[in-house]
Design a protein around this ligand. Structure first.
Ligand SMILES: [Zn+2]
Length: 398
């Protein structure tokens, strides 16, 4: 009888115990979060004091004490909501400290920390900030110490190619064109290809390689060109995949910024600009003055090299490879770019055969090699930097 009574008590007490444990766990979680938050604000207050007072900031130990405070925020709960902020700020302080210490070691520490922010917190808002800071740091660090050139000593140095910006079209809420295979969107293919192309440049050429996006992020068209201009890029390569209601349409084409060559080019620009064909016509009217500032001759040459290389190399291994040639259209993403810029349409993802090929890693690798080869052939033949000093006499190429 007493045993049954005990069991009953246990049964009755179990839910109560579970509730108590949950509340305890929850309050511990809230407590941890609050504490990390408190630590962060304390570190922020110390940083503000440091920034505002020259007497304090000229001493290295004051900077290190502040960095320690941010580091404590990160280490307190590395998977908590304040960790990325704490880590980022400690990197930021090392880069600020460098301005006083002039020690490359401080810059290197900042670089390592920003890399950690990028790799450990891919979804954090601090990732983007870290990428921007890292780019600036890598410009200051001696070439051999930058992440883009550290892995190999056998890289080719091409005069005139110091920085290339690769732009994977679309991203985030903008899926781009839907594929024939309905699980595939343009934004995924462009990112895959851009990452491969960037890696290939980083491994083989001694130059800075910047991607406008490295994951599924949304960026406006203006932001993409701005990144290229801000970094004084020598080349801007925007990567896209084509689509058409006509499911048999296939082939690659490479565009430069200008008035639309034909109705088809205007249609492609309308789709990529996310506007109507009529709006593309309006854009053409205001385009004339902008085109004068764009590097139309160099861009045409670059586009021709890439389109030709893709056609020649891909047809060696694949059937039905078609080049639709070099075309012109008013692409929003190319407007305002200060360097030779092209937009590559890798193929039609609305076409059954090309959609299948564009998601095949082997095909992607070969296509990437062909684009790389076209770009380097162009750069080897021309020194893009020289065009910023003097204009070419005649537009004979293209
Ligand atoms: Zn696109």
């Amino acid at each position: 009888m007493s045993l049954i009574f005990l069991r009953k008590i246990r049964q009755a007490a179990l839910p109560f115990l579970l509730i108590c444990l949950s509340v305890a766990a929850l309050s511990e979680c809230v407590f941890a979060s609050n504490t990390a938050k408190e630590k962060y604000f304390k570190a922020d207050a110390a940083y503000k004091k440091l920034k505002d007072n020259y007497k304090i900031k000229k001493y290295r130990h004051n900077w290190l004490a502040c960095i320690k405070k941010y580091d404590a925020v990160y280490k307190y709960d590395t998977s908590g909501p304040w960790a990325a902020a704490g880590l980022y700020k400690s990197g930021l302080l090392y880069s600020e400290l460098y301005k006083f210490s002039n020690k490359t070691g401080d810059l290197k520490k900042a670089s390592i920390i920003f890399h950690e922010v990028i790799n450990y917190y891919p979804k954090s808002e601090y990732r983007k900030k870290a990428i921007i800071k890292l780019d600036k740091i890598e410009q200051k660090l001696p070439k051999k110490q930058t992440s883009t050139t550290a892995s190999s000593g056998k890289k080719l140095s091409i005069p005139g190619l110091k920085c290339i910006v690769i732009d994977p079209g679309h991203g985030g809420k903008d899926n781009g064109a839907p594929g024939y295979n309905n699980r595939v969107n343009e934004k995924t293919i462009t990112l895959d290809m851009a990452l491969k192309l960037a890696k290939h440049f980083r491994n083989n050429i001694q130059c800075k390689v910047i991607l406008t996006r490295e994951d599924d992020n949304f960026l406006t068209l203006e932001e993409r060109t701005r990144i290229a201009n801000k970094n004084n890029a020598d080349l801007f390569i925007s990567i896209h995949a084509n689509a058409s209601k006509n499911r048999s349409a296939h082939g690659t084409e490479t565009y430069i910024l200008s008035h639309a060559t034909d109705k088809e080019a205007a249609r492609v620009a309308a789709r990529e600009n996310n506007t109507t064909v009529e709006q593309v016509s309006d854009l053409q009217l205001i385009l004339s003055s902008l085109i004068q500032n764009s590097k139309i001759n160099e861009s045409t040459k670059l586009a021709s090299y890439v389109e030709e290389s893709v056609f020649k190399k891909m047809k060696k291994d694949y059937k039905n490879i078609k080049s639709k040639g070099v075309k012109q259209a008013p692409f929003h993403v190319l407007i305002g770019a200060h360097m030779p810029s092209i937009l590559i349409e890798l193929g039609f993802i609305s076409n059954s055969m090309e959609c299948k090929r564009l998601i095949d890693p082997k095909y992607q690798d070969k296509l990437c090699m062909a684009i790389f080869s076209g770009i380097t052939k162009y750069v080897n033949g021309v020194n893009p930097a020289s065009y910023t000093k003097k204009k070419p006499k005649n537009a004979t190429e293209g």
